[in-house]
Design a protein around this ligand. Sequence first.
Ligand SMILES: [Zn+2]
Length: 181
Amino acid sequence: MIIKDDEFGEVVVRKNPLSTSVKFTISTSGRLQMSVPKYSSDFLIKRFLNRNRAIIREKLPINDPTTQRARDAKKKILMKQAREYLPYRLEYQAKRFGYKYSRCRLTHANTRWGSCSSTRTISLNIGLMKVPEKLRDYVIIHELAHLNHMDHSNAFWAEVGAHDPHYKDHRRRLKMFSPGV
Ligand SMILES: [Zn+2]
């Protein structure tokens, strides 16, 4: 559940059946998270928050609500663009090079551009919409090649290179971007 706080913005509250005390942490998006005992009432949760304001302010790197809202808006736009582009581009490249995957999934992890699972699901990060098309295609080809090689062996790279002759350059240039929103 999410509560709105004037100072900290959106606060994510998790009721944890195992915990007997309140814990404050920061989510990957910079939101304040509270883990509280399962039967805590809304009144108690707000009281915990109010009592700990000084400590939270001092110890935790919370994004201010404006930054948070801006990031949420940016993520929404990227997600929309990604939905209208990435699944089709993946399908196009797969057909072009004769690959068969089972499903395309869109993610917004902070660390990975893409992945390929043993069930042949290909995940692509919506952050790919921020990078040049050639680099985007490199990631797609990289993940497609994992359908045949679930490692980064020489054979894997040879296959990537066969479809993207400039993959080394693309791979290097991709490092200048971050997948996170
Ligand atoms: Zn890989």
